[in-house]
Design a protein around this ligand. Sequence first.
Ligand SMILES: CC(C)(COP(=O)(O)OP(=O)(O)OC[C@H]1O[C@@H](n2cnc3c(N)ncnc32)[C@H](O)[C@@H]1OP(=O)(O)O)[C@@H](O)C(=O)NCCC(=O)NCCS
Length: 228
Amino acid sequence: MSVPPPVRLLILGAGYHAAEVRVYIQDLASQGSSVEVVGFLDDARPAGVHGRFHVLGKIEDLAAGKLADFSATHFITAVGSNRLRQRMVERVTAICGSALPAWTLRHPSSWTGEDVEIGDGTCLAPAALATTRVRIGRHCILNVKASLSHDVVVGDYGNINPGATVCGNVTIGEGAYIGAGAVIKDKVSIGAWSVIGAGAAVVADVPANVTAVGVPARIVKHRVETQG
Ligand SMILES: CC(C)(COP(=O)(O)OP(=O)(O)OC[C@H]1O[C@@H](n2cnc3c(N)ncnc32)[C@H](O)[C@@H]1OP(=O)(O)O)[C@@H](O)C(=O)NCCC(=O)NCCS
């Protein structure tokens, strides 16, 4: 059996979620996975060593031809904001195209059942679960102890925060943000780029571009452009 070539990973973002992603990758490496972090790109920090982050530069440095200097084979986004992840991906893809593909992170303690599809660049955090016939889009975050039951669909750039419970046959639109500990009742749909507050119980469909909070969840904001 041929051994896959090692992954040399650029992490986009050097904040809270990036710190978590870095540790998840350490766990994978300690279990024999051939993935190595080459460094971080962050538009808000100067290049250099910041604590445990070796910031190599900014995304725009890729446009200046520095990909070869970084000697990275793949990238992953590591910021909580869905819009920001989307913008990062669009920028990196425009600059590097297929020379720098997205890498998908599955923490060793995450679990997926049968017929689960996970899009490129998505992160499955520790103890994240997806049972059967689940479709998770590209560049999503399924955070710590979040669970997706049967026949759930999550659009690209979706973010299911820690401990959220998504029941069967739920559809979550592109860029939707499900707050920590929220419960989404079965057969409900959440519109694109909507935000569900932490601890909410969603029992009816939620349209696109709104914020809904509480038990049962009620819409408290309509937005044109969400922060995700
Ligand atoms: C829903 C949320 C995004 C709203 O943030 P926001 O757009 O800044 O809205 P505001 O803070 O102005 O709140 C709007 C109203 O909803 C209420 N509200 C906000 N979040 C709420 C929540 N989770 N549950 C119940 N009510 C909530 C506020 O008290 C406020 O009520 P008021 O108008 O009567 O004063 C945010 O509160 C939240 O729950 N985020 C999820 C955080 C999370 O899961 N983080 C995980 C990181 S790993």
